[in-house]
Design a protein around this ligand. Structure first.
Ligand code: NAD
Length: 358
């Protein structure tokens, strides 16, 4: 088969990790008889430098002409919050998610067997195994609500951010979570703050309706503060965790830490139509950019998700995941996951090792 992939290399370590991911895609192509066409898409700080805007005109159309989008990472201190919105990389990320209709963000957080010792939780907690999928609503809620800042008479400046959710937005992300749970261990934990927020009460009522419809899937409500606690107390209890945008932003970073390293975790963002966007959960790591130190595994596992969900090629996805596990089982580590005294390999070598196991 032939696939067309948009590559957003981005800023910081983005180009380095995308290079290794492309190496893996090509190796899978060789082994399984597929061909790939790549379309380079400029987005983020590098786009601001090149054309004055972080989200150049035509970006969404270019991505839509492809079967899937792979993104390294964007951002860095050079394009900080003092810059106008259209020059900031974060603006571009929000815009592309919205324009491609990517309302569901899927982040698996699984403790890889060879790295159980990297889990910062108690040994017996880690031994129980951690394998959860965070399903975060990505295009609604407070990150997209109306913002305001105004002068008050007696309290100085005041700012507001509006959090809004419609039944339609809640239902489509909820369905996605239940469908994913059916492919896994058939349990959905829906996270909200229904004891305080009206949006959460609406969220909960829609989820309850879906829970009746998907009666083969176990369902529970979890308050967001309790969920933050349970993730470090007993993460093994979770299968699919579904939540709104801001809660998901925070909880998925927490979930990533319990699996050892931010450099290991992939993600996928999807809508109702192609293309989906695949990216590591970490940022552009400007502190190690250009030094051959970045861990490419999160990006390579994002590629595995691309094969599984966008190309519907499960054997190819399994081969990539197995190659990553084999390299880790042989003891190879990048600096971020090496323990004290262990030697580390660089970005390029880690990429080569994974390719050699496919
Ligand atoms: P970050 O994830 O870039 O880095 C946090 C820490 O983790 C750093 O010490 C970094 O060196 C390390 N790290 C991250 N990825 C790594 C990898 N693959 N291998 C080894 N170590 C890794 O988060 P940050 O420092 O808060 O943000 C840096 C920039 O990235 C900011 O401009 C931020 O806005 C941006 N960012 C972009 C995205 C994205 O593109 N989707 C996501 C988050 C942050």
């Amino acid at each position: 088969m032939n696939f067309k992939i948009a590559l957003i290399r981005g800023d910081g370590i983005g180009p380095e990790i995308v290079n290794e991911a492309v190496g893996v895609i090509n190796k899978v192509g060789e082994k399984f008889g597929h061909t790939f066409e790549y379309v380079d898409v400029l987005l983020g700080g590098c786009a601001t430098d090149a054309v004055g805007k972080s989200y150049p005109d035509g970006t969404a159309e270019l991505c839509r002409s492809c079967d899937a989008v792979l993104l390294g990472a964007v951002g860095g201190p050079k394009w900080g919050s003092d810059k106008p919105a259209e020059q900031r990389p974060e603006t571009a990320l929000l815009a592309i998610r919205k324009d491609l209709g990517l309302y569901a963000n899927l982040r698996p957080a699984a403790l890889r067997p060879a790295l159980a010792e990297a889990c910062p939780l108690k040994k017996e907690t880690a031994e129980g195994g951690i394998d959860l999928l965070m399903v975060r609503e990505l295009t609604g809620g407070i990150y997209f609500g109306k913002r305001d800042k105004y002068q008050t008479e007696d309290r100085g400046l005041e700012a507001t951010d509006l959090m809004a959710y419609s039944e339609m937005e809640i239902e489509r992300i909820g369905r996605r979570a239940f469908e994913m749970a059916r492919l896994r261990r058939k349990k959905v934990s829906s996270v909200d703050k229904a004891n305080v927020l009206e949006t959460s009460r609406l969220w909960r009522s829609v989820m309850h309706r879906l829970a009746e419809e998907y009666s083969d899937v176990a369902y529970e409500d979890v308050l967001v503060d309790n969920c933050a606690m349970q993730l470090v107390r007993d993460p093994g209890q979770f299968d699919v965790v579904v939540t709104e945008n801001m809660f998901g932003d925070i909880l998925s970073d927490e979930a990533s830490m319990i699996t050892g390293s931010i450099g290991l975790l992939p993600s996928a963002s999807m809508g109702d139509s192609a293309p989906a966007l695949y990216e590591p959960i970490h940022g552009s790591a400007p502190d190690i950019a250009g030094q051959d130190k970045a861990n490419p595994i999160a990006t390579i596992l994002s590629v595995a998700m691309m094969f599984r969900y966008s190309f519907r090629l499960a054997a190819e996805a399994d081969a990539i995941e197995a190659a990553v596990d084999a390299v880790l089982a042989e003891g190879w580590r990048t600096a971020d996951i090496a323990r004290e005294g262990e030697s580390a390999v660089g970005t390029r070598r880690m990429g080569e090792l994974i390719c050699s196991h496919i």
